[in-house]
Design a protein around this ligand. Structure first.
Ligand SMILES: [Fe+2]
Length: 198
């Protein structure tokens, strides 16, 4: 499964693709008439149905509908189709991500934060059995400014002028989160993953 975020509409070529895509979700709290969907259920390798939900934060981001407005209904829809539910919360603010993880504790398997590209040290299983991490981090070049060649990002910040960003290449590592759960979808462990790529 692939989840998206605030850059979903950056290239319009994706619009038609999203309409038919069954393994890609975009944030559910964008315009209701926008292409694509924010909840998809797919079989895991052993056939277990896994619901994947994508939501976008509203603090320090332009987001049409507040995530807390529709999260309950969205999670109810997911729970009617799968016991294992993964929520990707694509958001800027740590407080908003921690709050959503608390709201969903006991109702989903994991709430995984994304967007900042910086992995946080708070991987945990909450009291109700929902795994959470505020940000899973970035798979990509870490010798950079969140993936972009540092000199280009700095030039834009110094001058305020538009700069064409290019991806950096050094310090590549895989980052993410590993969650184990039982057949009922209750998380047993949650661990941040950080693997250098030689
Ligand atoms: Fe993002």
């Amino acid at each position: 499964m692939l989840t998206l975020g605030n850059h979903v509409w950056r290239r319009r070529e994706i619009n038609d693709y999203l309409e038919g895509a069954e393994r890609v979700v975009r944030p559910a709290n964008l315009g209701a008439s926008a292409p694509g969907r924010g909840l998809v259920v797919v079989p895991a390798a052993d056939g277990t149905p896994v619901a994947v939900v994508n939501l976008q934060g509203s603090l320090f981001m332009q987001t049409l509908v507040g995530p807390f407005e529709l999260v309950d209904e969205l999670v109810e829809q997911a729970r009617s189709q799968a016991k294992v539910i993964v929520v990707d919360f694509h958001a800027e603010a740590t407080s908003e991500k921690i709050a959503l993880a608390r709201v969903l504790d006991g109702r989903v398997t994991a709430v995984i934060g994304t967007h900042t590209h910086v992995q946080t040290s708070d991987a945990r299983v909450q009291a109700g059995g929902t795994a959470a991490i505020t940000d899973a981090g970035m798979t990509g070049p870490h010798d950079s400014v969140i993936g972009v060649k540092a000199e280009l990002a700095i030039h834009r910040m110094r001058t305020g002028m538009p700069v064409r960003f290019e991806p950096a290449s050094g310090g590549v590592r895989i980052e993410g989160a590993l969650v184990e759960c039982d057949p009922e979808g209750r998380a047993l462990s949650c661990e941040a993953v950080r693997v250098p790529v030689p």
